[in-house]
Design a protein around this ligand. Sequence first.
Ligand code: FES
Length: 153
Amino acid sequence: MQASDTSSQLSAPRTAPASRRAVLTASLAVPAASAGVLGLSACDTGGDSTDPGVRPGERLAALDDVPVGEPTYVRTESGGEAYVYRSDDTTVAAFGTICTHQGCSVQPDGAELRCPCHQSVFDAATGEVVSGPAPSPLPAVRVTIEGEEIVAE
Ligand code: FES
């Protein structure tokens, strides 16, 4: 049974990196909105960090997964992030999740998106600033409805 013991000891290190990788992957998959809830929504200090990173042709969500009147967070296969908003059954819009003031992650608040850092508020249907200090709207992601899917144009 000595060989069996050795085998167990050898297999342990092989599984450890996978566990660390799984934890890292899980932590990266946490929506930006959740980070803001926890007060971890660090403001960005530079670069074009408000770019949602959604690629043309990418699927954002199934139509049924986005309730009318509720901003819905989506993360695309390529890692793009956006809030998708349906004003009615046939009208859909999407916007980046990063506040245009200093780069915090916005969070849904009714039919609006609110920044927890300095309280800017954005209209979830248009991305426009409802109240500052944000200087400009959230970046729009051009989207369309294809069958039962919401897809970036
Ligand atoms: S970073 Fe959003 S209001 Fe300041």
